[in-house]
Design a protein around this ligand. Sequence first.
Ligand code: GLP
Length: 243
Amino acid sequence: MNKLKQGIELIETKDFEELSRISAEVMVECLRKKPDSLFCLATGSSPARAYEIFVKIVNEEQIDVSKLRILKLDEWWGINENDPSTCEYFIQTRIIKPLNIPTQNYIGFNSDALDANVECNRIAQIVQQQGAIDLCILGIGKNGHLGLNEPGVCLIPFPHVVELSERTKTHDMLTRTDVTVNYGMTLGMANIIASKKVLFLAAGDEKKASFEVFLEGQVRSDLPASILWLHPNAICVFESKLI
Ligand code: GLP
């Protein structure tokens, strides 16, 4: 079932595999149209399979990725970047290494930066220099977060440091480490909204409650993902079991 609801294209899929295939196709289409695309990538379970399919298609069809630019959406702070629970490890092992993305085409928060605020300012400057994100891939968090923009009284426009909510501290990625992570760094809402296209994924039983609120179509700071209702070119791909 495909239907257009006030600007966001909602695509209901029968399962995670279909969601991932459609997502990978959106990535391939964007890359074919613009070989030097800037992709902003979320990590975590929602896009994991889509990235796998994307890499497979790129390799099988020998699509040129030498100009593709990758920007990591967010990162935990205060943890070694080689730790398997980092977003860095996720992106390196699933995208950067398999596709041989040149170092100069990859931008990401450093998880073990000495000063997280300085690190966010560094990323803010680079993001500004790179120009608009062509495709921003996002997954809804269990608590409705977007990147690491956590629910709260306000939302922050630009790259910033975040104190993680208790719920986010239980994120599956963090179960792979003994290090206690209390802070994160993330692109802000203006960075996300300025993307030319957004691909928003909702997958997994634990997303049901937050996704239901998202579908109400109100923009609210206690559900950061709902900001996407303001985006003029967003696709939301979701598993049918969530509705
Ligand atoms: C974390 C990640 C985000 C991800 C979100 C949802 O905050 N750093 O990039 O979008 O969680 O993750 P998941 O898809 O695993 O639920």
